[in-house]
Design a protein around this ligand. Structure first.
Ligand code: WT7
Length: 643
């Protein structure tokens, strides 16, 4: 395999941060941040200019205060007077091989019709609409229709189940749910409407359920259900854009944290869109001829930012794929790249790891020569996988951007920026932070630590894409992100900076799991286990996994009188899948008599993690009863022997 180095220049040196163009830009930002960010914001269309670039009242930032704009206008209307008007905005590829192309003007009409339909149903600026749809065009259309009239969208990943819908809808007090009769997943039909029917029994705020026909299931339609096609058909194809103040919320997206309750991350308009537009320009270096394929589900932040808003603001053509990477055959992405001449592929280490397992022959049998840039996101990428991506998919010709960011950051924070310059890549490192983003690695006390030493990743200054707050919970926002380290944003990841100033992300430092790149909270999972009638206590941890990165391992204490059995283990796992969703399926369930806890009663998940990953166990002096660890180790040994 070739050494992963872009540009084929044998003498290419590591460009240290010092000598880089990024550094020059960073110095400029430091001198005059307001000028820099206001130049960035000018790439958007504003109805009214802002009065102040940043109004920072720790820990709340108001970017471009007083400015007025509309996200849907920036994604659609602005292209209608250019030659992009009749170009493809979205090429949609169905799991069944069906494909649909939607031009910018068609997308504009469909968004406007739905916006008018929402209005007719009484939706006003600031109202919340929950969207629970599979990866079909109606998903971005619904989001943009919300944005157009100033309704706040709350998208729920269509792999989540009823309980997740109930929690999220009740927190946001949404008035409407947009869903589909069913969705396709690996050839099977997920009964989305039936899941919603279960949920709406417990969501008093919901007035109407709008149903898209996708699988043509037999579904029950109640008096509050309306068919999507019936409400949009006769609507006018123009709906005026609401003038949104830059800091009015654009959406809520729920994400897992370290408590049982998901956090409603709120993003605004002006700052968020400015961050997206500019990060996409620097990182993807979008060109009008690009065919961009981001494989993320829109139910997660990557899909919000880099399937919906960023590519459409830039007017590129993008591919949206409905299905799984390996169904019906393990070549779906390569097939789509060849068929559409995809130029930029932005995907996850998990998908790459699963493809790698099938060997090189499959990707080698496709023409992937249209690709010019490869990206990854969501979890650390192993250097072997990185090299495979570079050699086999990119044919040593495409830079790889390893982009680090989070639901909370809104957009990419650390990545190489081919739109500014190509630098020598180091497989596994995202390289430097983007212009205007100041990262610092700190110790337990919040003091900056020496390079090459592992610590907590923090962000030292507010940035435009940062979350406005947590929905209805300013206190939790402050506590979670701004009080762990004084005056800095606490990201929850371990990282270090090497001697060339490259940043290396080492994974989560808290009780958040990354299963196939999807974020799940251990406590959230534990609450779901404990809600099963046979279970009294639960501790969840993870084991590293070659494909998924991490998998869920659950330690469960049964209620008195309940016997453990293989049957119960299966039943409990089915229950979890029904409650949270199939992604929450446990790799292994162990029934134990006791959980390891500290003297103050906290479950020692770190210890369980060491045990399941066969690592050495650290200090256990604070344990309530050491016997429980022995017991678990003993049980594990016994179980491992059985396999
Ligand atoms: C967490 C955020 C970023 C959008 C998708 C996930 C992990 C993200 C990387 C990367 C190593 C990464 C971090 C982060 N993560 N990107 N390039 N290398 N780890 O968003 O669900 O909010 O998860 O994903 O642990 O904190 P999210």
């Amino acid at each position: 395999m070739n050494d992963p180095q872009f540009g084929k220049d044998e003498n290419q040196e590591i460009i240290s941060l010092e000598g880089s163009k990024i550094k020059k830009i960073k110095d400029e930002v430091q001198k005059n941040p307001n000028q820099f960010w206001s130049d960035c914001a000018k790439n958007l269309v504003w109805f009214k200019e802002w009065e102040q670039v940043l109004d920072w009242k720790y820990p709340f930032a108001k970017w471009f205060r007083g400015g007025k704009l509309n996200a849907a206008y920036n994604c659609l209307d602005k292209h209608l007077t250019t030659n992009k008007k009749n170009q493809a905005a979205i090429i949609w590829e169905g799991e069944d091989g069906k494909s649909v192309t939607i031009t910018y003007s068609q997308l504009f009409r469909r968004v406007n019709q739905l916006a008018n339909a929402f209005k007719k149903m009484g939706i006003e600026k600031g109202d919340r609409i929950t969207i629970y749809l599979p990866m079909i065009p109606e998903l971005p259309i619904s989001m943009l229709a919300c944005a157009r009239i100033g309704a706040i969208h709350s998208v729920i990943f269509s792999g989540f189940s009823s309980q997740s819908i109930i929690d999220r809808v009740n927190d946001a007090k949404s008035k409407i749910i947009v869903t589909a009769d069913g969705g396709y997943r690996r050839g099977k039909i997920v009964p989305l409407k039936r899941i919603v029917d279960e949920a709406v029994k417990h969501t008093p705020s919901i007035e109407k359920v709008i149903v898209v026909k996708r699988t043509y299931e037999d579904i029950i339609t109640g008096e509050n259900d309306v068919w999507y096609e019936n409400i949009v058909n006769r609507e006018s194809s123009f709906c005026p854009s609401e003038w949104m103040e830059s800091n009015d919320p654009l959406f809520i997206l729920y994400t897992s944290g370290t408590t049982g309750k998901p956090k409603g991350v709120v993003h605004g308009n002006g700052g968020y869109l400015t961050h997206l537009y500019n990060s996409a320009k620097w990182v993807f270096n979008f060109d009008p001829t690009d065919i961009f394929f981001c494989t993320a589900d829109i139910g997660w932040i990557t899909g919000h930012s880099y399937v919906v808003y960023a590519p459409l603001m830039h007017g590129v053509t993008e591919v949206i794929y409905e299905g799984a990477p390996d169904f019906p055959s393990p070549d779906q992405y390569w097939k789509i790249v060849e068929k559409n001449g995809v130029t930029i592929l932005y995907t996850t280490p998990t998908a790459l790891r699963s493809y790698m397992r099938y060997g090189n022959e499959i990707p080698n049998s496709y023409d992937l020569s249209s690709l010019r840039l490869l990206g990854t996101v969501g979890e650390p990428i192993n250097p072997e996988v990185w090299k495979w991506y570079f050699n086999v998919i990119g044919k040593n010709n495409c830079p790889i951007i390893d982009t680090w960011w989070q639901t909370e950051t809104g957009g990419i924070m650390i990545s190489m920026c081919p739109g500014i310059e190509n630098i020598k890549m180091k497989p596994g490192s995202g390289s430097f932070s983007l212009p205007g983003i100041e990262i610092e690695i700190v110790d337990d006390k919040g003091s900056r630590i020496k390079d090459d030493k592992k610590g907590y990743l923090t962000i030292k200054k507010p940035w435009p894409g940062m979350l406005l707050s947590l929905w209805n919970n300013n206190e939790r926002y402050k506590k979670t992100y701004w009080e762990k380290v004084d005056n800095s944003f606490f990201a929850g990841d371990f990282a270090y900076i090497d001697k060339d100033k490259y940043i290396w992300i080492l994974g989560r430092a808290d009780d958040v799991l990354k299963v196939s790149g999807h974020r799940l909270g251990t406590i959230e999972l534990e609450s779901a286990f404990v809600s099963h009638p046979s279970i009294s206590e639960a501790a969840v941890t993870s084991r590293s996994d070659e494909i998924k990165g991490e998998t869920i391992i659950a330690f469960l204490v049964l209620k008195k009188g309940i016997e453990s059995s293989q049957h119960l283990s299966i039943e409990v796992n089915e229950y979890i899948k029904r409650t949270i969703g199939p992604i929450a399926s446990a790799e292994k369930i162990f029934f134990v008599n006791k959980l390891p806890k500290t003297r103050s009663g906290k479950i020692m998940r770190r210890l369980l993690k060491s045990i399941v990953n066969k690592e050495t166990i650290g200090d256990i002096s604070t344990l309530e009863d050491e016997a429980s660890i022995e017991e678990i180790t003993h049980e594990l040994d016994a179980i491992n022997k059985q396999i």
